[in-house]
Design a protein around this ligand. Structure first.
Ligand SMILES: Cc1cc2nc3c(=O)[nH]c(=O)nc-3n(C[C@H](O)[C@H](O)[C@H](O)COP(=O)(O)O)c2cc1C
Length: 355
């Protein structure tokens, strides 16, 4: 019996299998207003129809300046809530669990989308790039503006407001994006956070925002809905954020309502030496699961059904998140089921005809 196809219950939400669509920016809000377009619904729905258990949106900005590219999804007005509701209703009708990744890009905000003729940061961007410290990402990047303490409080409130909206839109799970060198991760890493107030310096100070955030965001979700966090478990750089730091952070957030840790790595600085290869980040999901006693998700170059099955069956992680392989094949989960001698869960519209 396949372990990959066993359901997973987090709080009051049961995910039909252990496969998640990893959050992936689609750079497809054409009016630069953060509203889903005709792209987003079929993109996410096709992964749900393909048998995926948990369908996660792309990084969705909690305020207009929090976007990576101006074409990213946002969740900062009632119009966003209404449009996103169409997505959750569709995902649920296809048997998938819906999840939204709430994000702020911090010093990495305001870049051209990848297929644009122009590359990198938008030079005349009209919004402010905020960060814990005025340190640019690289020599070629613009210097961000240091957040004041009142602005940090505003930011927390915007995460809370976004969580309320996510709940109203019907999302069953909320994930806070604290990975890949974006704003929340920028607070954690000593490479990007060199503040001298209570939000910088010691481990306790660099993680203060996360504690305040969890205390504020958790009550914004009904009890039965899980709160997840994506982290970069290591910066892969000497003097940066480490797996030991990640374990300590997750241990301390568990009593504040951290239900699940989605374990990625890197993104703080451009020159990290990352040993990319099949399943290269699984070790971090395993360490956090074991040491912090929290369910985890593994992500990164997981492409093969047997590889995914082994990760779950050996107890290295509770879920696998599939990124690029699900861009290649939206039906990856159903193909994995067949490869593992399990019956795929197809919509009735297809199932009666092909099984
Ligand atoms: C096109 C694209 C967009 C991405 N956007 C996001 C994002 O919005 N949020 C996030 O946490 N990770 C993002 N990622 C990272 C993926 O979620 C995933 O962690 C990464 O691609 C590694 O998994 P894979 O090897 O299965 O692709 C993105 C990756 C790709 C390829």
């Amino acid at each position: 019996m396949s372990e990959l196809f066993q359901p997973l219950t987090l709080r009051g939400i049961t995910i039909r299998n252990r496969i998640g669509l990893s959050p992936m920016c689609m750079y497809s809000c054409e009016a630069e207003d953060g509203l889903p377009t005709n792209w987003h619904l079929p993109h996410l729905a096709s992964r749900a129809a393909g048998g995926t258990g948990l369908v996660m949106t792309e990084a969705t900005a909690i305020n207009p300046a929090g976007v990576i590219s101006p074409q990213d999804l946002g969740i900062y007005s009632d119009a966003h809530t209404e449009k996103l509701k169409q997505i959750t209703e569709t995902l649920h009708s296809l048997g998938a669990t819906s999840s939204i990744q709430l994000a702020h890009a911090g010093r990495k905000s305001g870049t051209y989308r990848p297929w644009s003729e122009q590359r990198g940061y938008i030079e005349d961007w009209s919004l402010t790039r905020h960060a814990p410290s005025p340190i640019p990402f690289s020599e070629k990047s613009p210097a961000p503006t240091e957040l004041t303490k009142p602005e940090i409080q505003t930011l927390i409130q915007q995460f809370v407001d976004a969580t309320h909206r996510a709940n109203e839109a019907g999302f069953q799970i909320v994930e806070l994006h604290s990975a890949h060198g974006y704003l929340l991760h920028q607070f954690l890493s000593p490479l990007s956070n060199q503040r001298t107030d209570e939000y910088g310096g010691s481990f306790e100070n660099r993680t203060r925002l996360h504690h305040e955030l969890f205390e504020a965001v958790r009550p914004a979700l009904p009890d039965h809905k899980p709160l997840m966090m994506r982290i970069s478990a290591t910066d892969w750089v000497d003097g940066g954020w480490t797996i030991e730091d990640s374990i300590k952070l997750c241990q301390s957030l568990k009593p504040l309502g951290l239900d699940f840790v989605d374990c990625s790595t890197g993104g703080t600085v451009p020159n990290a030496q990352i040993p990319v290869g099949p399943g290269y980040q699984v070790q971090f999901a395993e360490a956090i699961r074991k040491e912090a006693g929290i369910p985890t998700g593994a992500v990164g170059s997981i492409t093969d059904p047997h590889q995914a099955e082994a990760i779950i069956a050996s107890g290295q992680a509770d879920m696998v998140f599939i990124g690029r392989e699900m861009l290649r094949n939206p039906y990856w989960a159903n193909a994995a089921a067949i490869a593992l001698n399990t019956k795929p869960v197809r919509p009735s519209q297809y199932d009666w005809a092909v099984s």
